[in-house]
Every structure is written in structure tokens, then in C-alpha cells.
Design a protein around this ligand. Structure first.
Ligand SMILES: Nc1ncnc2c1ncn2[C@@H]1O[C@H](COP(=O)(O)OP(=O)(O)OP(=O)(O)O)[C@@H](O)[C@H]1O
Ligand SMILES: [Mg+2]
Length: 257
């Protein structure tokens, strides 16, 4: 069943109180797909990503992980995932990389990368350490294992956060604006790592303001507008021949951003 999507979201609705943020969104990512989510501030991109790995509840619609639907109990604003084990399994398989890195300040970089695989997944410490060193090498900071986050540049911290996500050996990676807290020159270090992950066939969902990266790495780009998909397609079409007036306006406004 290699054709079963890793992530499938169908008709997802999410509100915070009376504020409807997602109004029926469908997203599919098959193995090896890189799907980018773009859109104005407040359009619901982060919310969608957080719903996807069940960090947020949603009120309607389905979320399927490798064909397995999330089990719910309750309805509407009372809807919650019904199975804590399923939530943990899905969440540990969809590793998230945040804009603000979220590294533990009191742990070394190596300890940060090893923490979840050892404590959450119960993996063998020596094996995790070997893997962690390998992932830190892969993102180009193998020499920073013993450093603390505050001793690293923003770009290095974000690459440590990517190594930490990889060390979970997830089915897919979810990125929420991985480069937008970084100065332009540090941003490029992180973009290079994301490009190399795309080339090795990782399944990724990427929320980004970086249209060049979205254009370079994506198989599919989704433009969200006020909680709905306004337009989607391959990057060549979406960026090269946008149909919607709103998307054209959005792209114009980001050219010089
Ligand atoms: N925890 C929350 N409680 C209430 N409202 C929220 C919460 N999180 C987000 N929102 C609201 O939901 C809407 C969508 O927010 P979201 O963070 O998903 O947007 P975004 O597309 O990621 O924007 P940005 O590009 O600025 O990151 C916004 O109006 C926001 O104010
Ligand atoms: Mg956001």
C-alpha cells in the first residue's frame, strides 16, 4: 500500500471560540512529497500544522496518518482524540521544527537531540547517541555536540532542532517557518539542509514565507486564505502562472519581503 498518503487531512474545521480559523481544508502528502503552505499572516497555516500532529483539537473533518484515521470522542468543541496511544504514535512520527527552535537551554546540543528518542520512545541510549551524532554531522554541526544552545548562532540552533526532529526517525517532518527568525545569511544554511532533506525523499509539510525555498523544494504548494485553500498546484504553476487575484496580490507583496 505504498500509495497510501503519509498524511491526509479531509475537510478540517478548526475554531478558537467563535473565531473560525480553518473552514474545511484538505491536504495530502504521500511518501516523499514536499508540500509547502503559504499565505498571509493569520490565514491559518500554523494552526493547520498543529492540528495535523494533534497539538490542537479540531471540530470537524478527518486526519489520517498512513491511512489510519484519528479516533475521536465527542463532537464539535468537545471533540478530542480518543486514544492517547494513537496520539503519541502519530505525534512522534510527525516531528515538528518550530520557528523559535525550542531547544532546552540547560542541555547540550547532543543531549537535546537524544532526549525524546530515549525518554519518549525508550530507545537504547548508546544507539541513539550514535544516531544523534550522525544527524548533527549531517546538518553540519557535528563539532557542536558538547555546546549549549546559547553558544550557537540562530542558524546552528535551527539545524540542531532539525537534527533533533530527524533523530525521532519520523515518517514526516513538519516545519513552521523554520527560517523566519534568522538573518538572511544564516537562513541559507537552514535552507540548504531542508533542500538536502527534500532531495533524499523525506516527506515534509513546510509552512514558509520564503517563496524561493517553497519554489525550489516543493512538489506541491498550497495557498491558504482566511482558512480555505484559495489555490494549489505544482510550484511552477502556482508561482509561474497564478490564477487567483488574491494569490497574485500575495506574491507581489512578498517579492520584496
Ligand atoms: N491559541 C489561540 N487562541 C486564539 N486564537 C488563535 C490561537 N492561535 C491562533 N489564533 C488565531 O487563529 C488565526 C490563525 O492563526 P495562525 O497562527 O494559524 O496563522 P498563520 O497563518 O500561521 O500566521 P503567521 O504567518 O502570522 O504565522 C489568527 O487569527 C490567530 O489570531
Ligand atoms: Mg504561523
Amino acid at each position: 500500500m505504498s500509495d497510501t498518503p503519509v498524511i491526509e487531512i479531509r475537510n478540517l474545521h478548526k475554531a478558537y471560540g467563535s473565531l473560525e480559523v480553518l473552514k474545511g481544508v484538505d491536504i495530502t502528502a504521500r511518501k516523499g512529497d514536499v508540500v509547502s503552505l503559504i499565505g498571509s499572516s493569520g490565514s491559518g497555516k500554523s494552526t493547520l500544522l498543529r492540528c495535523c500532529n494533534l497539538l490542537e483539537d479540531s471540530q470537524q473533518g478527518e486526519i489520517l496518518f498512513k491511512g489510519e484515521p484519528v479516533h475521536w470522542k465527542g463532537d464539535g468543541h468537545n471533540r478530542r482524540p480518543a486514544d492517547a496511544k494513537q496520539v503519541l504514535r502519530i505525534r512522534t512520527n510527525l516531528s515538528m521544527v518550530f520557528q523559535q527552535f525550542n531547544l532546552w537551554a540547560h542541555m547540550t546540543i547532543l543531549q537535546n537531540v537524544m532526549e525524546a528518542p530515549v525518554t519518549v520512545l525508550g530507545r537504547d541510549r548508546a544507539q541513539v547517541e550514535e544516531a544523534a551524532r550522525g544527524y548533527l554531522d549531517k546538518v553540519g554541526i557535528g563539532d557542536k555536540c558538547e555546546a549549549y544552545p546559547a553558544q550557537l548562532s540562530g542558524g546552528q540552533q535551527q539545524r540542531a532542532a532539525i537534527a533533533r526532529a530527524l533523530c525521532m526517525e519520523p515518517e514526516a517532518l513538519l516545519f513552521d517557518e523554520p527560517t523566519s527568525a534568522l538573518d538572511p545569511e544564516l537562513e541559507q544554511e537552514v535552507v540548504r539542509v531542508i533542500k538536502s532533506l527534500a532531495q533524499e525523499g523525506r516527506t515534509m509539510l513546510i509552512v514558509t514565507h520564503d517563496m524561493k525555498m517553497a519554489s525550489d523544494v516543493s512538489d506541491h504548494v498550497v495557498f491558504l486564505h482566511q482558512g480555505l485553500i484559495e489555490e494549489q498546484g505544482p510550484p511552477e504553476t502556482l508561482f509561474g502562472a497564478p490564477k487567483s487575484e488574491r494569490l497574485r496580490g500575495f506574491l507581489k507583496s512578498t517579492v520584496h519581503a
